[in-house]
Structures are given as C-alpha cells and as structure tokens.
Design a protein around this ligand. Structure first.
Ligand SMILES: [Zn+2]
Length: 668
C-alpha cells in the first residue's frame, strides 16, 4: 500500500516471519518465563521483564529482528496462510481474487519459465525514449504500475483545509532507504554505497543490460536527486513539506518535465493546485533531467523497473534483491519461505479482501467492545491530565480539550470494505497482477483529488500488528491484528491489557499532541492553536526527551536521533502514563490484589515491558537508528519507566537507582 506522508504509527516493522512461541502459562497473562528474576527492576527494568526471553530466542536466519510483535505477526500470518491455501483451491467466489493472486505468486516454476519476457514491452518503451520531452508519458505509465521513478505522486488531504483531498507531488525515485545514505561520509556508508552500485549492476546484468558504467550512471542520478531531497528530521515538520502551487508554478520549477502530459498520462482529474512538498527537490529533478545523458536516464529507468518488479521476477532476481536489501542492509542471512512472502504481497495488494476473511477468523465482537471501552477510559484520563497540567494556560487547555473531544476511534476493521471489482487478477500472471493492483490503487488515490476526505477509510490492513494516528483526520486506528495477545487478552488480567493495548491507545492518542501532531487542530487543519507561552513551555519539555534519547546507543558509535524519534518517544511516555491513570481509575471499583507475585501497578509496567522483548541484528539497528522514528524496544521500556515517579513507587526504587532519572521528562 502506498505510504501516507503523515501518519504516526506505533511501530515500523519489516513485515513478518518464523516460528511462533508457546505462551508461558500464568494467571495474569504475563509471560513469566520471559523474565530475568536475577535482574533488579530498578537497575534495568527491560532485562527484568525480558531477559530470559532475549537469551532463549535466537533471531531466525530469515529475520533482521525478532520480537513479540513478530511472534504475533507470525500467528496472524499462519491464519492468513490457511485462508489463502483454501482460497487458492477456488471454491469460494468471494475469495477468488486473493486465491488467484496468491496461487500466481506461489508459482515459482511458472515465473521462472517466463523469465523477463513480461517486462519486454516496458523495456522497449524505455529503449524508444530519444529526448527528455518523451519522459512525461513514460513516467506516468511507470508510476501507474508502481515504479516510482524521479518522484512520488498521489492524493492527500490539504494540510490547510483537511476536509478536501488534493494532489501531492513528493520527493522520491531513490533505491536506498533514505537520502542520507547517498550523502553520509562515514566508512560504513561508503561501503554500503559500493555494495548498492554492485547490486544495481547485477540486476541490470541479469536482465541483459548491465555494465559497471550503467550502475554508476544510476548512482549519479539518484545521488543528484538525494542532494535536492529533504532530510528525515526536517520532513517531520509539516510546514516544511507543504507548498501549495499551481501546475504553472510547478512547471516553472521543472521546465524540463511536461507536467500536463504527465497528468494526462496518469488520467488525473483536473488539477488546479497541488502540494509540491519540497520545491527544491523538483528544481533538482529538473536539473538532473537537463544534465544527465538520455542513455543514463534510460539506465536509471530500467533499473527502477527491475527494482520494483523484483519480488515477482525469476529466482535469480529475488535472490539478488534479498542479498542487498535483506543481508547487506538488515543482516538477515536467509530468504523467507515463499509462502510468507506471498502472504505479505497479498496483504499489501488485496488487503481488505484478505482482511475480511481474517476478521471472521480472528476478531470477535467481545474484543471490539472491550477495546472501545478501554479507548474511552484512556481518553478520559488524557482529559483529566490536560485539566491538571501545571505548565499549560487555560486558553490552550480549552483548545486542547476541543481537539481531544473531536478524536474519532476506529477499531478492528473498516465499516465498509473496499470494492476490488475494477481490479483484474489473472491466474498465472504474478507480475501483471502486481502491476494491475498498483494501478488500481494509484487510480483509487487519483480519483479522490478535489473530493471530500473519506475519514472512514483505513491506512492499514486488518491483520497488521500496528496502529496509527492520522493528524489530518484526527482519528486513532487499531487494526484487529494488534488487538491480540500479548497486547490484549479477554481472559486474563486487565492490568496487563492496560500495559499492552491500553498503552498503544494512549500512544496513538498523544500523537495528536506531540511536536508534530500539536500543529494540527481538531479538524485536522495545520493551524496554530497554542498561545506563544504554551508553545514555548511545550518545546522546553519536549527538549528533555530529545536530550534523553540522544544519549542512547543503538549500535557501535551510532546513537539514537533524539529529534527524529521525538514524536514517538513523547507518545510512548504519555501513552503509558495515561493508560496507567485509566487503569487505576477503574481499579477503585474492584479489589486490588497481587497476581503472580506482582501488584496491579507492577503488572501494568510488566505488560508494557514485555510487548517490547526483542532482538535486532547490528545491521538492522543501524538502519533503524538512521531512518526509523521509533526507538528500539530497550529504550521504549527503560527510557519511559525511568521518567515515571509511578514506576519508582511501584517497584520501591531508591532515588539514585538507574531507572530513576535525575531529571524526569514529561509532557502528558
Ligand atoms: Zn507512534
């Protein structure tokens, strides 16, 4: 699915794999055999909550990371696997599309037999390009089928009038994970660039059009695009990625590229204005088009076609793609079994047809009702918290409460399922299916331009182990996939559920009030509703988190980027705090008791700690620290609890214990 430019998720996961582990039996739902009882919770709470799990669970060879999120995603995948195996036999007409898609993806011999022949018509068109003015219709065709050369295009709510969808043109066209991968000067980055160029060369060679100079040409073009692109910390500032221009103004920035021909090529509705996220990027793109030779541009286009198609090309392409993106960038040593990859692609391309079947199997009305109740309790806690804040004036509090009351809650799955009837899936045509699915999604996005925003739509599929807040819609979204053990279990202790799904709810809710989210109002408009004094007080408090997390080491000499992770860290800290408040408020109505040897408060903290039991390979930690707005599990746990007087009290920690920070940060 195309990525939303602005949506704050709970976790950024490379999609799932491997063996699900048995749940350690306990009365509370905590996994007691995951704990390291020799560790002192006041010294290293993460080790206390997860130490035994970490020492007992090697990272599977086909994984870059392995954690309790992955265990859950694995269980969800096993459910999807059963659904798809049945669907592939083709008895249920409602599941014909997912069955045909999955079966075609699984047919490795059939894919190998065709070779790269299915790409021939496209490669011929690229070969036929004779000047830059030929590019617009070709770029339009490539974008339609999911090959994102040069830039990205789609629809998103207008930041300044979030009730209406508008066209958006964003930076893109690069094969490395982030623009800094092209520009960083350290030895590791230099080595990775060398390996990337080798990879590009091999992919082009496999398709019969490679040479070492061809790969260098690609690198030259992508590096020039990277130089014009904005860094990932700046991109967190919505004012830096909102520039409403007319098509004529965009044309002026990029005289080399014929925009109207591009709009015609993609079949866009009339465009009167669009968000050109970063005008400087488009200037740079125009200069690339003007200065690169047409042969170099053709090499770049060929590479991008192969790169986008790799998962459904013959085995040598799949293996080479894995070698770079799996092994070099994340440290995984084995390719995941084909069925796991095909489950993932089906979820990505036909997520709501597959999700409909998943929800029937895995998500009951009880889970939905319980979650909704918890959402309301956590919302009440945040309301109480805002009322009691010492650093915010009444004027801003009033506005904050207006925004909080306007938040809408979406739980489990969409009320109305997506209609895929316009999408043709052909059994035996894996590449074509993928391209048509991309075209279906692209057109679905383009059709929104100029129309009211549909806030009922979902940005994640139902089996996803994740959640998000959408600042342009002011809603919180919890897919059925995350409302499962260890986040939520209807049969076990509620304290543990508050440490799990309660904290996830709190996390998403506070995103509306983090350094990014706070810039949007109750209706999702980018509009400042803060008094200058309150904005200043907020920024000072947020800086405490920036300083705290910047000290944490991800791997070797790579520290976390406190600015990149600020929104997520604020959400983790606020989320657990207000979930604990919500839990304690309900506790008054029932007797508090010790279960499995832990008090109710201790079980909330352990519930939070244990959702983050995880291991990451060094390569994956490096990638994460450089690109991911979330902190690694250890810091999502210790970084948060060490800010909480409630934690110190719950575990009777001494004031100078490592899990009691001398300066405790808090916003919400
Ligand atoms: Zn988040």
């Amino acid at each position: 699915m195309r990525r939303l430019l602005l949506a704050f998720s709970f976790v950024a996961l490379p999609l799932a794999t491997a063996i699900a582990l048995a749940q350690g039996p306990s009365q509370s739902g905590l996994q007691l055999d995951a704990m390291d009882r020799t560790a002192d919770p006041c010294n290293d709470f993460y080790q206390f909550a997860c130490g035994a799990w970490i020492s007992k669970n090697p990272i599977p060879a086909d994984r870059a990371t392995w954690g309790r999120f992955d265990e859950l995603q694995e269980r969800n995948n096993a459910t999807l696997h059963t659904i798809l195996d049945k669907a592939a036999i083709g008895r249920d007409p409602d599941q014909k599309k997912i069955g045909d898609y999955y079966a075609s993806c699984m047919d490795e011999p059939g894919i190998n037999k065709k070779g790269t022949a299915p790409l021939d018509p496209l490669m011929k068109k690229i070969a036929g390009v004779s000047s830059v003015t030929d590019l617009s219709p070709l770029v339009a065709e490539l974008h339609t089928i999911g090959v994102n050369v040069f830039f990205g295009f789609g629809a998103q709510a207008d930041f300044k009038d979030a009730s209406v969808e508008m066209a958006i043109a964003d930076q893109g066209g690069m094969g490395l994970p982030d623009r800094d991968y092209y520009l960083r000067e350290d030895p590791k980055a230099t080595e990775q660039r060398k390996q990337y160029v080798e990879h590009v060369g091999k992919m082009l060679s496999l398709a019969g059009s490679g040479s070492s100079t061809a790969a260098d040409s690609v690198m030259k073009i992508e590096t020039a695009l990277a130089k014009g692109a904005l860094d990932n910390v700046s991109r967190r500032d919505p004012t830096k990625i909102y520039h409403k221009l007319t098509p004529a103004e965009l044309q002026f920035l990029t005289p080399q590229f014929l925009w109207q021909k591009y709009f015609d090529g993609i079949g866009a509705p009339p465009i009167y204005a669009l968000n050109v996220t970063e005008p400087d990027f488009f200037k740079a793109m125009g200069q690339v088009m003007a200065s690169a030779s047409i042969d170099d541009i053709k090499r770049y286009l060929r590479w991008q076609v192969l790169h986008a198609s790799a998962p459904v090309l013959p085995t040598p392409f799949v293996d080479e793609n894995f070698k770079f993106y799996g092994t070099v960038l994340t440290g995984a040593t084995e390719l995941r079994p084909r069925w796991k990859r095909c489950v993932q692609y089906t979820d990505s391309d036909l997520g709501e047809e597959l999700g409909k079947a998943y929800v029937k199997e895995a998500f009951g009305p009880q889970a939905k009702a319980d979650t909704l109740k918890m959402v309301h309790e956590v919302e009440s806690s945040l309301e109480k918290d805002i009322h009691e804040l010492s650093w915010m004036t009444e004027t801003t509090k009033k506005e904050a409460l207006v925004k909080l009351h306007a938040v809408t809650d979406k739980i489990g799955y969409p009320d109305r399922w997506r209609d895929y009837s316009a999408l043709t899936i052909v059994r035996g045509d894996a590449l074509g299916n993928s391209q048509r699915a991309n075209a279906f999604e692209f057109h679905r996005q383009l059709n929104k331009i100029g129309k009211p925003v549909d806030k009922t739509e979902w940005g994640m599929t139902p089996p996803t182990v994740n959640a998000y807040y959408n600042p342009l819609e002011n809603n919180i979204n919890f897919p059925a996939g995350i409302l499962q053990t260890p986040f939520y279990n209807a049969k076990t202790d509620r304290a543990v559920n508050y440490g799990g799904s309660g904290a996830v709810i709190g996390h998403e809710l506070t995103h509306g009030f983090d350094d990014q989210g706070r810039q949007f109002d109750a209706r999702g408009n980018l509009k400042d509703w803060w008094t200058p004094a309150d904005a200043k007080a907020f920024t000072e408090r947020a800086q405490c988190f920036v300083d705290e997390y910047s000290q944490f080491t991800a791997i070797d000499d790579v520290k976390l980027n406190g600015k990149l992770t600020l929104g997520e860290n604020t959400a983790d800290n606020g989320g657990l705090r207000i979930s604990l408040m919500a839990y304690l408020a309900t506790l008054a109505a029932e007797p508090s008791s010790t279960i499995d040897g832990f008090t109710p408060e201790q079980r909330v903290f352990l519930g939070w700690g244990q959702v983050w039991c995880e291991k990451r390979r060094p390569e994956a930690l490096r990638l994460m620290a450089q690109t991911n707005p979330h902190s690694p599990g250890r810091y999502r746990v210790n970084g948060v609890v060490s800010n909480m007087p409630e934690f110190q009290k719950a575990f009777s920690c001494k004031p100078d214990a490592p899990m009691v920070r001398p300066t405790q940060c808090s916003v919400w």
